[in-house]
Design a protein around this ligand. Sequence first.
Ligand SMILES: [Zn+2]
Length: 380
Amino acid sequence: MIEVNHSKIKETNRKKIIKLLLEKNEVTKLDISRSLDISITTVSTNITELKKEGIVSDVRSLESTGGRKAMALKINENCRFALGIALTPRHVKLSLINLKKEVIGDIRIRHNKKDIESIIAIAKENINKILNNKEISIDKLLGIGISIPGTVDSEEGIIKNCYLLGAENYNLKKSFEEFNTTIYIDNEANLSAYYEFLNKKDILSNLLYVSITDGLGLGIIIDGKIYRGSNNAAGEMGHIKIIIGGKSCKCGSQGCLESYTSKNVLIEDFNEISNEKLNDIEEFISLFEKGDKTTKEVLERYFNILGIGIANLTMLLDPSSVVLGGDINSLLKENIDVLRSIVYKDNLFTNEENCKIDVTEFKESYLLGAAMVPLEEFLN
Ligand SMILES: [Zn+2]
């Protein structure tokens, strides 16, 4: 037992030192010892190890007022990396970040593959590409985080069900075994919620992230942790029934919230009432921005339903923050006041003061969230 505790303390000290070095540009061993209240001997041992691993290096010797000159140390932010990958029905996206969370490489591949194996093949090819582009060897990778728009067992690394990618009970972790690095898998909305939370963790501990993409997902952060439920199926907000015997849903059921609020609904509804036919959401957004009346009409109905869905959520979980994001952020931003008024209207249980409703500031928080998982694991 004592052995275990020792190695745990050692690990904690090491992480604390790395975190401090990431916060400050230059520090001396004495600074570290004082800031973290760790003995100078322990600091020295750790620094020697970190230097050997190429994580820390000397910057310059500082002027001293007597005695030995102190050495200023800095972290080499480009000595380790974390990779985030998002597998979506139309894209494979990769983002490579360094220790300072800076994105240093990005790849986006558009595809029309319908089976999970082909999509994975694209991802694998591009893992090699992004690392080769930056001349990074795989052993400098802290891990790979993968975002999936479906239900996953993140502990086992299994996709439980993802009809958007045509995968069921699929061992994704195993597919990436050849890279010999730790693979983390999570649901898209969970990762978005996680990323959003990491950026706000000083001010709140509960947060809901509503993800509007080809589906409608929900990421739940309770007391700073992703809430997954007992079968990893928490947050299936898209399949809450809102109309008995309503529209057919991709899940096989009817009347699900998702069949009224995924981004594709905007295109379908528009095409139903207009002579003009749209193919993708970008066309819809551009028409709306030009002041097109039909898009306005479609959006009004859309936000009414989405607003009711979010109002129901606030009643269930009483969050302090609901963040919306995904693929229609510009539409959400322009209509956020409409949405807020629907959520708070006739809502006895919460209000603008207690529950903030905002649109994310990040374009692809699921992708950044995926990259952050291995990095956070390394640091915390
Ligand atoms: Zn459904």
